[in-house]
Structures are given as structure tokens and as C-alpha cells.
Write a protein that binds this ligand. Sequence first.
Ligand code: COA
Length: 159
Amino acid sequence: MKVIYPGSFDPITNGHLDIIERACKQFKHVVVAVLQNNNKKSLFTTEERIELIKESCSGFDNLEVDAFSGLLIDYAKLKNSKAIIRGLRAVSDYENEMQMSLANKYLCDEIETFLMVSGTEYTYLSSSLVKEIASFGGDVSNFVPKPVLEALKTKFYKL
Ligand code: COA
């Protein structure tokens, strides 16, 4: 089965990698889909985010990285996928994920959302947290893959 893993990925963190790695073991084909959202201010451009994901996930041969805009279910249909996967870091994620999965189910009954519980070491991790720590010169080397660490250094010039 082909599954879509959608998100902002600004930038990809080790928490996202954990989900990708496990999804690649469970599904035949995984499409990491970067949301092109002009309303959300991002540190990295869509192209940069895609490149960072590709560089960070080079070991998986059933993985594809792509961008999408508009409705997620329309993109899933375009990709011929009937499944969406999302990570659940903590109970606080549940309400939002529940709302999104029910909205998507309402829009297209045939597409199922799978929620994968994040590894315990990633429950507090988010892209914003990483960017904030990095912007003040803090050490984020345990939070992000190497290519992202290098890209953050370039953006903030001070790690
Ligand atoms: N590890 C670490 N961090 C994680 C994580 C994990 N496993 N899972 C999520 N996060 C973090 C992200 O880093 C991000 O952090 P930030 O807010 O600090 O940047 C945050 O959780 C939100 O995650 P993200 O994956 O970007 O989700 P989102 O809530 O912005 O939703 C979409 C993204 C793409 C799923 C959703 O907006 C969408 O489907 N949009 C298309 C429009 C649509 O179809 N709407 C109707 C249905 S809802």
C-alpha cells in the first residue's frame, strides 16, 4: 500500500525521520509530501525543505519526496494513494490529528488516516523548537539530521 506522509517539514527533524523510517518498513511506498503554504512563514523554501528531506533519507528505496498545495485528499487521489500517515507525539497532538483525519474522512471516505505513535525521545520535539534554539546558537545536533544541522548553521551563521 502507498501512504502519504504530509507536513510542513520546516525543517525535517529526527522526530519526522523516526516516523519515515518506521513507515518505510510497514508500507510498500511512502510519499513524504511537503505542504506549499504561502500563508505560513517558513525558514526554508519548499525546494530547500525537499532537498533536506532527500539528503536526510537517502537510505530508503521505497521513499519519494514531493510538494503539494491545496487539499491533501486531492493530492492523495492524484498519487493514487488511499492512506495518510501522521505522527502522534503526545496527547496534545490527538485533538488536532483527530480533527484532520475526520475532516479528510468526510471529504473522501475511501482514504484512511493512520496515526503512528512517535518514539518517546521525540515527544517534545518540533521544527519551531529546533529553529528557536538554533537561532540563539544552541546545540540542536541531537534533534536534526546532519544535512539540516549544516543548513541551520548557514541560515543563522553562528552554530
Ligand atoms: N516529530 C517531530 N515534530 C513533529 C512530528 C514528529 N513526528 N510530527 C509533527 N511535528 C511538528 C512539526 O515539526 C510542526 O512543528 P512546528 O509547528 O513547530 O513547525 C508541527 O508538529 C505541525 O506539524 P505539521 O506536520 O507541519 O502539520 P500541520 O499541523 O501544519 O499540518 C498538513 C500539515 C499538511 C497535514 C495539513 O495542514 C494539511 O493537510 N493541509 C492541506 C489542506 C487540507 O487538506 N486541509 C483539510 C484537511 S485538515
